[in-house]
Structures are given as C-alpha cells and as structure tokens.
Design a protein around this ligand. Structure first.
Ligand code: DC
Length: 224
C-alpha cells in the first residue's frame, strides 16, 4: 500500500517548500498540483481566453497536453511539448489559475494525471483538494495554513528579495480574494479533510513545520 502524503491549504501557506523537504526525508516524489493548474492557466492566457467564459475554457482545455517530468529531481511541467516552469510563478498566471481551476473539465483532466502519478510511486502531493478528492485514501493528510497577514508578508518579502517592486496591500487583497474563490467554488473547494491534521504555520519556521509533519507521518505509518 502506498504511503502518500496529501498537503492542502491556501496560497502562500508554505506548501511547496515544506512538501519538497518532506518528500526528500521520506524518499517520495514531490508533486506540485498548483503548477499543473498554472500551466493550464498559461495555456488559457496564451490563447486569449476570457476567465469568465466557461465554454471557451472547456474547449481550450482539450488542446492542452500537460505532462510532468523530473529534471535533476525538480518537477518540470510540460505544456504541449514545452517546459513552461519559467512562466508559472507570475501573479497573472496564479490569478488566472484560481479562475480557470473552477472549470469541471480542467479539474477532471488534471485529477486524472495526478492520480496516475500517485498510483505509480509514493508521492507528497500538494494542492487544494488532494486529501478530500484526489487521494482520499492518502495515509497522511495535512492541512497547512497561516493567517492572511503572514502569507501576504511572506510573499512581499519573497518579491522584495528578488528585487521586484510590490505593494503589500495589493498582495494582501489578492491573497484574500484567492482564498475566497478557492474555498467557495462548486467543485472540490479548498477545505480541511475530516481526517487531516491542521498545522498553522503563522508562528513556525520551515524546519519546525517539516519536523511536525514528519512526526505526524511517523505516527500514522509506524515508521521510525
Ligand atoms: O498552489 P498554487 O498557488 O500554485 O495554485 C494555483 C491555483 O490553482 C489555486 O489558486 C487554485 C488552483 N489549484 C486547485 O484548484 N487545485 C489544486 N489541487 C491546486 C491548485
């Protein structure tokens, strides 16, 4: 039986940083499902699709062939033969991803890919609906969160460190709006699975969070 770990939570809670560390510690593959939704969003942006036009998103989704490869241990998302990793972290792409991911055809297509990956090997998969919908049988489920203020501050600091100008209030509002959309959509909304363990990272360091998750993993799997 697979020892998959599902990590769900809102944007900016630190899911990917933590999931990467945990995957390394338990020798599993890290799967970033947000990056798949972002690749689909990039496909929509490139084709000039209106985020409010559900029929156009459903149609355009058919022409997106998305696969995952691992290059030097890092996940690369391949969109119609092109490695699009370099484009995925832009705010514009994240905002479109939050909109286009409400579409049932987009979700069905990406969920299939996510389940195939998890069936093949042990994974640490992060996203919004992993513990609730994609991998309901995951051995370990974590709901990772932090206050909106802390998440906006982290994002602001991250951009500042890269020398990119940013406005804290704009980031705060974007995160709050994204939370609302992710939590209130009809299909697979962001919510804590009944059997998930809540970890609030607002006052924790990255190492503390990773240690806490590994502790939960050991409790659930009986691994020393
Ligand atoms: O985790 P992220 O910021 O890269 O995700 C971008 C968007 O993709 C997010 O706002 C909602 C969507 N998403 C989703 O609907 N389901 C997932 N499993 C992962 C992401």
């Amino acid at each position: 039986m697979r020892k998959n770990i599902a990590i769900d939570g809102p944007a900016g809670a630190g899911k990917s940083t933590i999931a990467k560390k945990v995957a390394k510690a338990v020798s599993a593959i890290y799967v970033d499902t947000g990056a798949m939704y972002r690749a689909m969003a990039l496909h929509m942006i490139r084709n000039g699709i209106d985020p409010e036009d559900a029929a156009a998103i459903s149609r355009q989704c058919q022409s997106a062939d998305i696969t995952i490869e691992y290059i030097d241990g890092e996940q690369a998302v391949i969109l119609n033969g092109e490695n699009v990793n370099a484009f995925l972290r832009r705010e514009e792409v994240g905002n479109m991803a939050s909109r286009s991911s409400v579409n049932p055809d987009v979700r069905a297509k990406l969920m299939e890919l996510q389940r195939q990956l998890a069936a093949r090997t042990d994974v640490v998969m992060d996203g919004r609906d992993i513990g609730t919908v994609v991998l309901p049988d995951a051995r370990v489920k974590i709901y990772l969160t932090a206050s909106v203020e802390v998440r906006a501050k982290r994002r602001f600091d991250e951009l500042a460190a890269k020398g990119q100008p940013a406005d804290y209030n704009t980031i705060f509002n974007e995160i709050r709006d994204r939370d609302y959309r992710d939590m209130h959509r009809e299909i697979a909304p962001l919510k804590q699975a009944e059997d998930a363990v809540l970890v609030d990272t607002s006052d924790m360091t990255i190492d503390e969070v990773a240690d806490r998750i590994l502790e939960i993993y050991r409790e659930k799997t009986g691994k020393a």
